[in-house]
Design a binder for this molecule. Structure first.
Ligand code: SF4
Ligand code: FE
Length: 485
């Protein structure tokens, strides 16, 4: 297993092409725009070597029996699923942000079980091929990004009917050596500081779209791959310290738009090529695994938010007011409810034909749907309690200035000796965690809310629920009176 230092060093060996602000970054992994995301992902490596976290962060590979970083593991029990949630919560607490590596973790698990099912039904050899790839990832402890979301163009049209055929990643050529793919993947969490990315289709596909049914693994610095880093709220503050709020780990995952310009992928790295009937199941598995996560990582992040809010109210001496205690109680209640959802969908996990374990999809979708609301409410309450300085603090450069710095210090003193710098640090941290990009990520990460509602309705089993109601009120399923019930 790599150490965090080895992970960071390994990024320097890559020729990853990353653009930001109209420029190609020359030393991308140490650029201030990316470094915090590297540090946050590095925590997934560090924890594997920390004796306090070994049980959560490491596990024995089912392929080799060797100890591996859990982020490269295939879940083989509900205990594995629960440990994943606990690991993510712990990492959220340590970093206060997204540590990115779960996307590839979920992609590995989705592709593992789906390729097994494909081989069973179609007689293909994708699963054994994928197992070799997985072992390579486990042995080298590489960080894999999970690449699902296509740009999608006109949402009314399937991939092959788009005016521009590249709106979804597709296979443009096949030969004896491999395939050539073209298109783009959007919102790619952690991809710029990963080693590889695992491409999957983004929707269930039909025969006419079979060229879009493609899953394959690509090095992030492969020829023809370009990453364009997303702009974040307040990202110019990455050149500051205190004003950054969370200077070491940043906010969310350094998402990028990744372009694939006729990228060659050898067959040993191709895990779906035309088998459109399995695209839906790969998408659903990946999405449900990723939705499982949000009551873990976001709850860890919320632990930090709640802590910062409690500190902010103490700094002005209002911590004992009953409405303050009540609002903090509400924040904790919402956060723990989300955690309960992630634990529940893991505890109710099921074994798939491949022997790998899968979450309870209804509960995973409910969990993510709740995140899209509760994190806004938790953030709203933190804004309510932290007060207006959350939005109107002068910059850290003013605080350091000879002229106005002392004025700020004088007027920003708090209660019980809380100095202005301590207030700055806490408020900036909260601002960072509860602001623009971070909240939008909670809304749309792991799929937009409507995607969860579609799955929730599909799995609602309304027929069974109606049967329960009809039976109790003396009706048949046809709605006629049935006095025998
Ligand atoms: Fe992992 Fe959470 Fe980041 Fe998704 S949002 S990659 S689950 S830390
Ligand atoms: Fe996310």
């Amino acid at each position: 297993m790599l150490t965090s230092k080895e992970y960071k060093e390994s990024l320097k060996q890559l020729n990853t092409k990353v653009y930001a602000f109209g420029e190609l970054l020359s030393n991308f992994s140490e650029d201030p725009l990316i470094r915090p995301h590297v540090e946050s992902a590095a925590m997934t490596y560090e924890c594997a070597h920390d004796p306090r976290f070994t049980d959560l962060a490491t596990v024995n590979s089912h392929l080799t029996g060797k100890k591996v970083n859990r982020f490269t593991h295939i879940h083989h029990s509900t205990e594995d699923l629960i440990k994943k949630v606990k690991l993510l919560r712990m990492l959220g607490q340590q970093t206060g942000t997204c540590f990115q590596r779960c996307v590839g973790f979920d992609a590995l698990n989705a592709v593992y079980s789906t390729t097994f099912d494909m081989d069973e039904k179609l007689g293909t050899e994708y699963h054994s091929r994928f197992k070799k790839y997985l072992q390579h990832i486990q042995d080298t402890d590489k960080m894999v990004a999970g690449s699902m979301t296509d740009p999608k163009g006109d949402r009314n049209l399937p991939p092959s009917k788009q005016e521009d055929p590249d709106m979804y990643v597709h296979v443009v050529k096949k030969d004896k050596d491999g395939i050539i793919v073209r298109g783009a993947k959007a919102h790619q969490t952690g991809i710029v500081n990963s080693h590889e990315f695992l491409v999957m289709p983004t929707i269930a596909l039909t025969e006419e779209d079979k060229d879009y049914a493609v899953s394959c693994a690509i090095p992030v610095d492969a020829s023809g791959v370009t990453h364009i880093l997303g702009r974040q709220t307040n990202d110019s503050r990455k050149y500051d310290q205190i004003d950054q709020g969370n200077p070491r780990y940043g906010i969310v995952g350094g998402e990028a738009l990744t372009i694939l310009e006729d990228v060659f992928v050898p067959w040993e790295r191709v895990f779906m090529c035309g088998e459109h009937e399995f695209s839906g199941s790969m998408v659903e598995r990946f999405a449900s695994f990723h939705r499982q996560n949000y009551g873990g990582c976001k709850t860890g992040v919320m632990d930090v938010m709640i802590g910062a809010t409690a500190a902010a109210v103490e700094q002005v001496g209002v911590q004992k007011a009953s409405h303050v205690r009540d609002k903090i109680t509400e924040m904790v209640h919402l956060s723990e409810t989300l955690y309960a959802g992630s634990i529940a969908c893991s505890a109710e996990g099921v074994k798939l034909p491949s022997n790998a374990y899968y979450v309870n999809t209804m509960l995973a979708n409910i969990t993510k749907q709740n995140i899209t609301r509760h994190i806004y409410e938790v953030s709203r309450l933190s804004h309510d309690l932290a007060g207006g300085f959350l939005a109107t603090l002068p910059s850290e450069k003013d605080m350091a200035d000879d002229q106005v710095g002392p004025m700020i210090s004088k007027y920003l003193q708090g209660s019980g000796g809380a100095g202005s710098e301590a207030r700055y640090r806490i408020l900036r941290l909260l601002e960072n965690m509860t602001g623009g990009t971070a909240l939008v990520e909670s809304m749309h990460g792991a799929g937009s809310p409507q995607a969860q509602r579609v799955m929730i309705f599909r799995q609602a089993n309304l027929k069974h629920k109606k049967e329960l109601a009809y039976k109790l009120c003396g009706l048949t399923m046809e709605g006629e009176v049935n006095n025998d019930t």
